[in-house]
Design a protein around this ligand. Structure first.
Ligand code: DGL
Length: 214
């Protein structure tokens, strides 16, 4: 039984990857739709919410919990690690390592929430493995709101995608990390605004690979 949680529906993109790689696993998914988005909250509040949810998942006989939220991983993974009798897996370190494996020129773009970019969560995780890599991060604060409001196919989504992704023009990135679990749902808008040769990394793939190994 794999427990997963996110501030809302974004973590379902990670649950989908669990289904793909571990078709026989039971899934316990907690989407905190009542308190989404997490990104504007303080680290302390996100940590408190994350602990409440993992305590709840612990009552569901989970064998492992994936923090299927980059913001909660950045805010709470290190504080919560070791507090439970099962492993906790975050999405950022696996995503960072998958990005380094995909990149040839070591210039990596990251789209994520304002909390994740302000805390340099991906930059730190990438630098931990490769100090020479260059990380260019862009926050996309409206993406989560648009996904939660079921407005993916809307002119607003197209507008914000164009605005946010323009940050990578002329930056020569060869890899782009989807550093928020809501963003794979915006993939068509993202692809329309990024050069076709840029490799797009969804951290869910490497995260679930590690969860499966554990
Ligand atoms: N889906 C979450 C993430 O991966 C965050 C969205 C939010 O701000 O709540 O970062």
């Amino acid at each position: 039984t794999i427990g997963l949680f996110d501030s809302g529906m974004g973590g379902l993109t990670v649950a989908r990857e669990v289904r793909r790689q571990m078709p026989c696993a039971n899934i316990e998914y907690y989407g905190d739709n009542g308190r989404v988005p997490y990104a504007p909250l303080s680290r302390e509040t996100i940590e408190r919410y994350s602990r409440q949810i993992v305590d709840f998942l612990a009552t569901k006989q989970v064998d492992l919990v994936i923090i299927a939220c980059n913001t909660a991983t950045a805010a709470a993974l290190s504080a919560l690690s070791g507090s439970y009798p099962f492993p906790l897996v975050g999405v950022i370190q696996p995503g960072a390592e998958a990005a380094l494996a995909a990149s040839k020129n070591r210039r990596i773009g990251v789209v994520a929430t304002q909390f994740t970019t302000d805390n340099r969560a991906y930059a730190k995780a990438i630098e931990k493995v490769d100090q020479g890599a260059v990380v260019i991060s862009q926050a996309c604060p409206m993406f989560t709101t648009l996904v939660e409001a079921d407005k993916v196919d809307s002119p607003e989504s197209a507008h914000y995608a164009e605005e946010y992704l323009s940050a990578f023009k002329g930056q020569d990135i060869d890899t782009l990390v989807l550093g928020c679990t809501h963003y794979p749902i915006m993939i068509d808008h993202i692809k329309r605004n990024i050069a076709p040769e840029v490799a797009i990394v969804d951290p869910a793939v490497e995260t679930v690979r590690r969860a499966k190994a554990l």
